[in-house]
Design a protein around this ligand. Sequence first.
Ligand SMILES: *Cc1c(COP(=O)(O)O)cnc(C)c1O
Length: 488
Amino acid sequence: MNGYHPRVPPPRDPAAEARKIPRADHLLAAAGRAGWTDRLGHAPIMEAVRATLDGLRAEVLGGSPCPPVAEVEARLLDRLASGARGSLRRVVNATGVVIHTNLGRAPLSRASILAMQEAGGYSNLEFDLPSGDRGDRYGHAAAALCRLTGAEAAVVVNNCASAVLLALSALCERLPARRAEASLPVVEAGAAGRPEVLVSRGQLVEIGGGFRVPDVLRRSGADLVEVGTTNRTYPADFLGALSPRSRIVLSVHRSNFRIEGFVHDATLAELCDLGRKAGVWVVDDVGSGALFPTAPFGLGDEPTVAERVSAGADVVCFSGDKLLGGPQCGVLAGRREAIDLCRRHPLLRALRVDKVTLAGLIATLAHHERGEALREIPVWRAIAWSPDELLARATAWNEALALPGAEVLPSLSAVGGGTLPGVTLPTFVLGLPPGDADAIAARLRAADPPVVARIEGGRVLLDPRTVLPGEDAAVLAAVRGAVSWPTD
Ligand SMILES: *Cc1c(COP(=O)(O)O)cnc(C)c1O
């Protein structure tokens, strides 16, 4: 018979199933026939055979049936092929988490991918075509960034963490020119000792991946001055914390957690006012880098970069691969005096952005400038799907699969993994037939391409929101393989 049957586990004897596991020499011969022994020699093949059999034994002892021999051979050949192509590969994101750090954050637009492909060859990265002289790597993206954010100047680095490190390192070394006219006497004296950076206690955060604001501060050679309390910080707290060594007031967006209840923050405008009067820099780490207001899309009031620039921050730092929807990079945008210091700092060389990233960023910025972000930028397309469209897609999957026990369910997609805490969007998911959810999810991840789902209430859910156009067939094929074994 052809066709698939849902896996209703019958009472099974693991020992009897284990006897069906093929022998190592059978698999070695299969690898030989496929040409792998000639290519790799005996030892790596033996290792792959052993790993394949170990995995299979664990499954069978856990109560799964032993798959047919052809399936076991296919697993071995897959393992050998993936070993040969390296471990980084495309996956289908059916988790519904739009900006998923573990899955590579923002998927890129067609135009960005093409631009990156083209930039892979030679380009005028640091070459001025009219004169034939050396050109400026950082100039290529700066004009668009300034138009989109209202900043006087901008520079692109490896990621937002680098942007913050560079801003703090460069600005700690100098005072702003406005220090000469500062009206607050407390900072008048020239001071010996390490420069100080003032941060609210409510913003001394760990962004993730070991990026902690206090540690970054220390690396930049500054002393951290904690201001206010965890839940309440006022402009007067900053005023009281100023000293002759003060260089920077740092504001950090709480990207990955919320404080609720008895809470007060000094606004960025208040900090900028203080920065002007005291003659210290104001640096704003805004994180996700929204270029337009997000409230209409149900994302709450993420600050936009333009808002932060116009509030008067000297430097606003943000990521390229969160709400901007481009490749991994970090942007510093703000006042020319501050950005020029960052551009001249030796650390820029260590944090510099590469040509392929720059090309992808420029193409993504062009979508924003042309007002076509919702249509062309996959992150925004995913955010902007209507519940009706998601319902139609989940229903189409359900009908194509016709799995007894599967159903379309209302659910919530998270926008960020580690960004936009608690921000969810209503969606419809395909709930797979109840069963061993961990095992089903593992088989989905073993598909080619791997499909990553989410498990909720002991059930595997597939969220169409983050499945890119054109990936539906891959989802269906992976599900067919994961919830049933072919019968013959
Ligand atoms: C995400 C985030 C960062 C780190 O950004 P990367 O581009 O991953 O380096 C820093 N600060 C804030 C506030 C963030 O949200």
